[in-house]
Design a protein around this ligand. Structure first.
Ligand SMILES: N[C@@H](CCOP(=O)(O)O)C(=O)O
Length: 490
């Protein structure tokens, strides 16, 4: 399996090279040249397997330059005691035809662990295969969840250093503390006076700075990414779509082959794209529901065909989705247009120039065949948390609530699985307010109050966080990001 650039501007590479590079140095993203297929018989054969075995099967389809022993080692090192349940991603029924896929049982309480507990292993093996002797400097832009998950995954790993940039005022208190208290001799966490898009654009500009790359190379460094622009971040996210589906089959909720829907709270478009790849491999999916918060650039795009980032940027109670430039949409459009890199190149040039682009009717119709989209306002998100708790006793976080709310806009055939992207204790103040109407200023008092009210166990990632030492307290302007990178290499 070879990987190609969405913009048609780079040579074909194997998966190890794509993962090591993170993104196409000339701009654009790596995608598999073709999507491997599994038929119903293949699905039946793996449906009874555990998470790890399903993971090995999916990885082996895409990492053809890795042998089965290497893949086994990577998977076994990624999903074990670091998850607090043997199921890895439990599926919980909350209503007739409505299921919650809990993706936050890893060390940092967000779905990002599903990939970032694996990416370090993939990265080390990829470096070995490509044969580089350089130190990898991983740059991460985060709106809250990726940052901590990447830090936790890469901390103290030999030959790798990591810098995380986050919007100083744009993440929850818990997310900020999770990052700022990270240990590890190779970690750096920097707050930016700006929003997530500033962080992500800054990182992408650094990646495409050829002069900087040469300077870094002289000092023995090369850059890579732990965001979902890296194929090694997306691939592990395909696995849980299969696992969730098989869970329904194995519990006699559906027959194998029956189609289900997935509702995905969406920001950078990586999670829903992983679902799309699962469908293309052969998972029986009826529709994906792309669920936005008040920053509804994606749901507007899917409904109108116009992507327009020229709009107000809102800080919401679901900060991980506060994004107006969604990186992985580019990969999706590349797939939907049948790998038309010319179209992609033009649309993204247009986006750079004017902040917007329009897709043609054929592309829009193709998107709408597999995807519907809607958004939840702040009030609707709160109401959903409160309603679901009072009706079912299930506690949603502010992102998952967006996914649940948007399901109700549609009357889709079949069962619907909502990706639960984070544990509610990462956003306690808002969750508590949704349940009780009380605005508790102190997040850690709020955590105790929520626990007292609901008896829902506090996630281990959050317990005692307020007692940990702050180890990273630097804040910079967005135009200083490159300086941080230059200074960080000795
Ligand atoms: N929601 C993300 C933003 C970055 O997304 P990624 O999937 O590209 O890493 C976050 O929590 O940081």
């Amino acid at each position: 399996m070879k990987y190609i650039s969405t913009r048609g501007n780079y040579k074909k590479v194997n998966s190890a090279e794509a993962i090591k590079l993170g993104m196409v140095p000339e701009g654009g993203l790596f995608v598999p040249e073709s999507i491997p297929k599994l038929n119903l018989e293949d699905l039946k054969n793996i449906s009874k397997e555990n998470y790890q075995e399903i993971a090995k099967k999916i990885l082996s389809l895409f990492l053809t330059d890795f042998d089965s022993k290497e893949i086994s080692e990577i998977v076994n090192n990624s999903y074990g005691e670091n998850f607090d349940t043997k199921d890895v991603t439990p599926l919980v029924k909350i209503k007739d035809n409505l299921y919650i896929l809990e993706l936050w049982h890893g060390p940092t309480a967000a779905f990002k662990d599903m990939a970032l507990q694996m990416l370090p292993h993939l990265m080390l093996k990829s470096k070995e295969k490509v044969g580089t002797d350089k130190t990898t400097l991983i740059l991460v832009a985060t709106s809250g969840d990726t940052g901590k998950a990447a830090l936790e995954g890469f901390k103290d790993i030999d030959g790798i250093e990591i810098i995380v940039f986050f919007p100083e005022e744009g993440v929850s208190k818990v997310q900020e503390l999770q990052m700022r208290t990270t240990t590890g001799i190779n970690t750096k966490v920097i707050g930016i006076n700006g929003n997530f898009d500033d962080c992500q654009t800054g990182v992408k500009n650094i990646f495409s700075d050829k002069i900087l790359a040469t300077e870094l190379a002289k000092k023995g460094y090369e850059l890579s990414s732990a965001n979902s622009i890296n194929w090694g971040r997306l691939l592990p996210q395909i696995i849980y779509y299969f696992k969730a589906y098989f869970e329904l089959v194995n519990n006699d909720k559906i027959k194998i082959g029956e189609k289900v829907n997935f509702s995905v709270p969406t920001g950078n478009f990586g999670n829903i794209l992983a679902g799309y790849y699962a469908k293309e491999i052969g998972l029986p999916v009826n529709k994906f529901i792309c669920a936005s918060n008040k920053n509804k650039v994606l749901s507007d795009f899917i409904n109108t065909g116009e992507y327009n980032k020229n709009r107000d940027f809102y800080k919401t109670m679901s900060p991980s989705m506060d994004i107006l430039i969604s990186s992985n949409l580019e990969r999706f459009l590349f797939e939907i247009t049948g790998h038309n890199s010319e179209k992609i190149d033009n649309w993204y040039k247009e986006l750079n120039k004017t902040g917007k682009f329009n897709v043609d009717d054929e592309t829009k119709n193709k998107i709408n065949k597999i995807m519907v989209a809607g958004f939840a306002s702040e009030d609707e998100t709160e109401e959903t948390i409160s309603k679901i708790y009072s009706e079912t006793n299930y506690l949603l976080d502010t992102h998952t609530a967006v996914g649940v709310k948007v399901v109700n806009n549609y009357n889709l055939d079949g069962k619907t699985i909502v990706d639960s992207t984070a544990n509610p204790y990462k956003f306690t103040g808002n969750v508590l307010k949704a349940l009780t109407g009380e605005s508790e200023k102190d997040e850690f008092v709020a955590i105790d109050k929520l626990n007292e009210k609901t008896k829902v166990e506090i996630h281990r990632a959050v317990k005692g966080l307020d007692k940990k030492e702050i180890l990273h307290n630097e804040t910079i302007r967005k135009d200083e990001m490159k300086d941080v990178v230059v200074k960080s290499v000795k």
